[in-house]
Ligand binder design. Sequence first.
Ligand SMILES: C[S@@+](CC[C@H](N)C(=O)[O-])C[C@H]1O[C@@H](n2cnc3c(N)ncnc32)[C@H](O)[C@@H]1O
Length: 271
Amino acid sequence: MSSGAEKRPRDEDKEDLSKFLNYFPVNLDGQPPSKKKRVQDGFSEGRVFCDKWRALQYAKREEHLLSKYTRNRPTIQRVRKDISKDGWKANHPSPEDIVAKWQPPKRKTVESDPKILNNIQKQKWSGLTIKDFGGTKGEGVVATKPFLKGSILCDYHGRIITAAEGQEIQKTIDDQKCYLFFFNDLCIDAKTFPCECHPDKETLGMKINHSKKHANAKPVHSKMQFTDGTKDIILFKAIKDICIDEEIKFNYGVNRKSYGGEGQDLEWLED
Ligand SMILES: C[S@@+](CC[C@H](N)C(=O)[O-])C[C@H]1O[C@@H](n2cnc3c(N)ncnc32)[C@H](O)[C@@H]1O
């Protein structure tokens, strides 16, 4: 007669599996135990637990690979190179799977992403350069590597002031090149150049030109979590895939009237 307290076979299986995993912990680089080792340590000859071990290692490897690509979707070649660097010959996701599973960073992740925080602090953003287009357009920012939709490109760097202070500065600007970014009741002043923290750098965000119809980036307000506190940062995010040599543009959200350009020939505002 069986009692209610008796264990069902499935529970025993589970218990044995956890015992097996305690004996032979799953790691990124190891192998499941050989048949000889399994038997020696009191487990069955069968391969069932080894198959489970492999499935767990596969999942661990997938997580490990995905954690490398916090800013941009990786290319298949990049993942292939990383797999080869890790020395994995089998039991790993294919580069194609990793590229397909990659997700743009969630806002919460972006705000505490060490790579992005470091790029902001050092003003070192890869894959972008300043190009002089000449004429009234002047300089702009161009991609030197492809970016996939959802990637963080760079920030709008400058000192944070109130919107009221920004408006005062705006009144003093006599040419059209206005390096002020207004958001909420704040403003990033990239006009006071060179900036206090990067006196030798021409930062990228302030050089991004406008396009309403062909914008490929958008500014996103983020509360970035630096070690010395939370700071308001404007990050530019790709809203479409961007190719090499493509100019980065975002919609300034202005019209002739708001830009003080009424009656002026500001063709670029219509672009
Ligand atoms: C924040 S600045 C952008 C960088 C600027 N082009 C430079 O050389 O420093 C904004 C100014 O750039 C120019 N600009 C922006 N978008 C443009 C476009 N699509 N075509 C031509 N000029 C543009 C306008 O003079 C605008 O006032």
